[in-house]
Ligand binder design. Structure first.
Ligand SMILES: Nc1ncnc2c1ncn2[C@@H]1O[C@H](COP(=O)(O)OP(=O)(O)OP(=O)(O)O)[C@@H](O)[C@H]1O
Length: 513
């Protein structure tokens, strides 16, 4: 043991530069940064590194990637005192320390929860998948990915919740692609039947998940089939019959397809419900359970930014053992979204919206305006275009799939600065360019509100959400005040006065006056 209290693998002095290190012999560990011989283990991350230089590179990247609040006392010594031979049990303490720092909360019903992975390279992923992650700019996993990916790769079922825009999609796609690739290499003859299924509430979200799956699965034995309404079923069936690894669909169309055609689903080993709280609500739950019962006890991965005890209960019934992973405080608005609540009477909403859209200071295009009805979306988009001269389009469930794709293309391509949408874009859809959301009509629940304003921030980027609120929304006042307070947002005085009155009335109703 040298005076720094560490023992490098070998007795020689710790190498300073990566260039000083030799190439690894077969079977030797590789440096996670430069792939030279991973002679040392970094005590902060448990990763193999080849030199002090690579250790510092690794820690610098992690600091940026994990966006952990920079604590002045957290100084990574550039000396060799942090190198040690991994002692049994030390990884558990490291894992706990890391979870505390990143607010990763885990609960396992007896299921041993694997430690969080600080780098994708330490997850044992196929090299091509690692390359695709790097090409996508995913230098390091987000906190939810750090814990959910190792847990899912271990074969355990997972219920995961994390902020909107925090990388939940890759949290389930990476394990799916990895396990499908391994399966196909172990059973080369069995190349046709699907191995995984993802269900999501809207077509747009399914299209986005498939795009991300294709990007991450590029160059691997990994094909996808999109099974959503609005597109011909014959083409979807044909693609599945040609052999795919992953089916991504909306419950209604998947139930339809399974009812009308024989599709081999026995080998589906992973079943994902994205926006799980929405998927287990009335209207979706029966179809989801029908599909689940057609499968043979797959591993279950459940994801959402808002998860309730009801979801935990139903989730627990889908899998014998399930690991629960949550990041930060659950069911809270994304702190990166600056909320501005404005008290606006129903009749004044349009005028107020036109004022905002005409204002250089307040209008930050491209912006999404959320309304509660399909007709309202069409009418408001037309009114915006006519009155302000700013081109606006509308999108909702009544529009044919082709038109929905075209509208999304025009909006995300920057041709149209305002998109008026119903809840069809409320959840999960990654509107990368959007940093402003205007909630013209308050959604029916505070959870939907959290998802809607979450469109304004992805990966911690700052965004703004302007909310029109009035007496019509009185049933949500207490929850809305709490959501605004949790982000330090100002609360209109009308909302404060009426909330206390609403709370008083609720109390009276509760005691049966
Ligand atoms: N590890 C990563 N590094 C960099 N960018 C990432 C990483 N993981 C995901 N992203 C990007 O962050 C954005 C948000 O990811 P994603 O849509 O999966 O978030 P989400 O948590 O599913 O959001 P929501 O709750 O709204 O569905 C996407 O543009 C995605 O490409």
């Amino acid at each position: 043991m040298n005076e720094e209290g560490c023992v490098p693998h070998l007795t020689d002095v710790v190498k300073q530069k990566s260039i000083d290190q030799r190439a690894p012999l077969s079977g030797e560990p590789k440096c996670v940064i430069c792939n030279r011989y991973g002679e040392y283990i970094c005590d902060e991350t448990n990763d193999d590194v080849c030199s002090l230089e690579c250790k510092e590179t690794l820690l610098r990247r992690i600091d940026n990637a994990t966006r952990v609040v920079d604590n002045a006392a957290r100084v990574f010594p550039a000396t060799d005192e942090c190198f040690y031979v991994r002692e049994p049990g030390s990884s558990f303490d490291d894992a706990q320390m890391l979870r505390r720092k990143l607010e990763i909360h885990v609960q396992g019903q007896g299921a041993a929860v694997p430690p969080p992975a600080l780098t994708f390279t330490s997850c044992g992923l196929p090299p091509k998948l690692l390359l695709n992650l790097e090409t996508a700019g995913y230098d390091f996993p987000t906190p939810i990915q750090m814990q959910a990916i190792p847990a899912a790769l271990s074969g355990k079922s997972v219920l995961a919740s994390a902020d909107t825009g925090s990388g939940k999609t890759a949290s389930f796609l990476v394990p799916i692609i990895s396990r499908c690739t391994t399966y196909r290499s172990e059973y080369p003859s069995d190349q046709r039947c699907p191995l995984a299924m993802v269900l999501a509430p809207t077509r747009e979200l399914c299209v986005q998940v498939e795009d991300q799956a294709k990007m991450l699965g590029k160059g691997l034995p990994f094909k996808t089939a999109l099974v959503v309404g609005g597109d011909p079923m014959s083409g979807q069936l044909y693609r599945i019959q040609q052999g795919v690894e992953l089916i991504i669909g909306t419950p209604g169309r998947v139930v339809d397809l399974l009812a009308k055609h024989t599709i081999e689903v026995d080998n589906i080993m992973m079943f994902v419900l994205d926006e799980v709280d929405c998927m287990l609500q009335r209207g979706f739950r029966d179809q989801v359970m029908q599909i689940f019962q057609a499968l043979s006890q797959p591993q279950v991965l459940l994801f959402s930014a808002t998860v309730s005890s009801e979801v935990e209960k139903v989730g627990g019934s889908l899998a014998k053992e399930i690991i629960s992973v949550s990041i930060g405080k659950p069911n809270k608005p994304n702190k990166a979204v600056n909320q501005l609540a404005i008290w606006v009477d129903a009749k004044q909403k349009k005028q107020k919206l036109f004022e905002i859209l005409r204002s250089q200071n307040h209008f930050n295009p491209p912006a999404v305006v959320y309304v509660s009805s399909r007709v309202g979306a069409d009418l408001l988009a037309n009114a915006i275009t006519v009155v302000t001269g700013i081109k606006a389009l509308s999108i909702h469930g009544e529009k044919p799939m082709k038109e929905r794709r075209d509208v999304m293309g025009s909006f995300l391509g920057g041709e149209v600065p305002v998109l008026v949408s119903t809840g069809v874009l409320g959840r999960g859809v990654d509107l990368l360019v959007v940093r402003q959301v205007i909630v013209f009509d308050m959604p029916s629940t505070i959870k939907e509100y959290i998802h809607v304003i979450g469109r304004a921030s992805r990966m911690g980027e700052k965004g703004t959400a302007i909310l029109f609120v009035n007496e019509d929304d009185r049933n949500l006042f207490p929850d809305l005040v709490a959501a605004l307070k949790s982000s330090g947002a100002a609360i209109p005085k009308e909302l404060i006065n009426l909330t206390s009155r609403e709370m008083h009335n609720k109390k009276k109703r509760r005691v049966g006056h």
